[in-house]
Structure formats: C-alpha cells, structure tokens
Design a protein. Structure first.
Length: 325
C-alpha cells in the first residue's frame, strides 16, 4: 500500500466519530425520519387502489351477478359462478376468440421482434443522420392506434385507392381486399407495425450497453456477422428481449382500436379478440355480468402470463450472471 493510500486511510479513521456522539437511536430525533418516511408512500398506494383495485373488485362483483341494462326491472340477481360456466362451456364463440387472441398476440409479437431486431442493428451503426433516422423509425409507436388504423385502412390497404393495391395493379396483379380476405392477418400486420419501434428502442438500448472491446475482439478473431450476432450479441441482449416480450405481450393483448376501426370484429367473429368481445357483450348485448366475466378472465390471463415471464426471468438471472463473469 502506498503512503498516500495509508494517509487517506488513517485520515478517514481519524475523522470517524462514534454514532452515539451524534445521535442516540432511542432519541426522538432518530425515530422522526422513520416516522416521516413511513407515510410518504401512502398517496401512491391510495391512487393505485382507487384506479386499479376498486374497479377490479367491482368487475368481480358484477361477474357474480346477472345484469342486463335493457331490462332494469330484473335488478342484480346473484348467480354465483354461472357466468363463468356459461362462458367456458356454453359460449360457442369463446374458445375460437381465445385462439384468435393468441394468434394476434404471438403473430404481432414475432413480427415486431424480427423487425425491431433488424432496425436496431441497422440504426446502431455509425451512419450520417442516425438520430433523424431513429426519430423517424419511432413515429409508428408515437401515433395513436386509431390514427394508425385509419392510415392503414384508407391509404395503404384500401382495394380502391390504397398504395399496396396500386403497386399490385402496376405489376399487373389483381387488387386484394385485405380486410375481407385476410382480416386477422391485416390487423396483425398493423399491430406489429405499431410495436416494432418499441422493440427497436429496447434492443437499441441493449446494443449500446455492449462493450465495444467485446465486438472488436470478435472481429479480430475473424468472426462472421451472423456468428457475432448469434453467439455474442443475441445472448447479451437476453434481458432486453425479455423486457420487450413482457411489455409487448401485455399491451398487444389489449388491442381494441385497430380492430374497431378496420374490421369491426368481422367478418363474423374472425377478428374478435377477448377485449373486443368483452366490449360487444357490454355495449351490443348489454349483458354486463357476462362482460365483467370476460374482463376478469382477461385480467387473470394477463397476470398469469406476466408472472410466468417474470419467474422465468428470475430463474435465468443467476445463469446469465455466471456466464458473464
């Protein structure tokens, strides 16, 4: 140890003062900060309870009752779990709609992951005007879903004057009525287009956290671009991918505006998802009890999916840490 380190160490010890000389743990002054900080989180807890827990408790209460808005004379008869039994066993549309919901979530998430990865890798390069390019790539995520749905419906995928069908006619190919021939695929494309910038932003932050020395050493060793991505970049982006998948899955599961403004859930129920079907039960059929049941089921599925993802992430964390040591 150098003389400077020794002097600094001795000086630090010289200036140490026993805690008892400054405060007594049993004194009121010592207990005051603890009492003060104990209620600072109270407004946040009250806000969370009012905004989330009370509406959810009301939804559970409504799901245990039969309530039709167009028949107010019937009141709120208690039916127990009849709404859940009817939903799972007697509703012919429920399970097909659940399948369509999963198809939308997994399809849109897969396309967003692929597109976000490509954009993140391209925009991580040292190119002229990369900040402007990043800002332009974020536009689909910043535009409201309703506006984006109308842009795709009327300007891009319209069979009469849409840009995509104009290109098809230019190539002497027939125009395609996208929202009637491929309704769920069209909605999936719109949703994935909206969430690709989010995935790009998360992965771009992860790419910028990778040390340049690691990539430079791989280039010196003659590693190809594909090997560098698959063996070096991809494992180091695991945490970023997990965050993107977690938040993307939860929010894509709640897709509503894109369906409402493009297909209206049709043709038939081919583009109905669980949130949209809940809306139809509440404001088309006026069956509030069944709509609340669907809402509770949706919340339970979202919570279960989030907990499974978080548990999987927590289990993988020690392995990841040991791999990077």
């Amino acid at each position: 140890m150098s003389q400077t380190d020794t002097a600094l160490r001795e000086g630090g010890q010289a200036f140490k003062v026993p805690p008892s000389r400054w405060r007594n743990r049993g004194s009121p002054l010592a207990a005051q900060p603890a009492r003060t900080s104990s209620w600072l989180h109270t407004p946040a807890i009250v806000f969370m309870v009012v905004v989330t827990q009370i509406p959810f408790a009301l939804a559970i209460w409504f799901s245990l009752h039969s309530w039709k808005l167009i028949e107010p004379a019937l009141g709120f008869p208690f039916v127990g779990l009849d709404n859940y039994v009817n939903t799972f066993l007697h509703d012919a549309n429920f399970w097909p709609i659940m399948g369509q919901t999963l198809e939308l979530v997994f399809g849109a998430m897969a396309i967003a992951l692929l597109g976000g990865t490509v954009l993140a890798l391209l925009l991580n390069r040292q190119v002229k005007g990369k900040n402007l390019l990043r800002a332009l790539a974020m536009i689909p995520f910043l535009v409201t879903p309703s506006v984006m749905a109308l842009v795709w419906k009327n300007l891009l995928l319209s069979p009469s004057f849409g840009v995509v069908d104009w290109l098809l006619r230019t190539l002497h190919l027939p125009a395609v009525p996208w929202f009637s021939s491929f309704p769920l695929g069209s909605v999936t494309l719109i949703v994935s287009w909206e969430w690709t910038p989010f995935v790009m932003l998360v992965l771009l932050a992860g790419l910028q956290a990778i040390p340049d020395e690691v990539l430079e050493a791989a280039r010196v060793d003659g590693t190809s671009a594909w090997e560098m991505f698959w063996l070096i970049i991809f494992p180091m982006l695991r945490r970023a991918y997990e965050i993107a998948i977690l938040f993307g899955t939860i929010f894509i599961f709640q897709t509503f505006g894109e369906i409402y403004l493009t297909t209206g859930g049709g043709p038939g129920v081919e583009t109905n998802t669980l949130p949209f079907y809940t809306y139809l039960k509440a404001f088309n059929s006026w069956q509030i009890g069944q709509a609340a049941t669907l809402g509770v089921i949706g919340v339970a599925i979202a919570i279960l999916a989030a907990r499974l993802m978080l548990r999987f992430t927590a289990e993988k964390m020690p392995e990841q840490r040991s791999a990077y040591r």
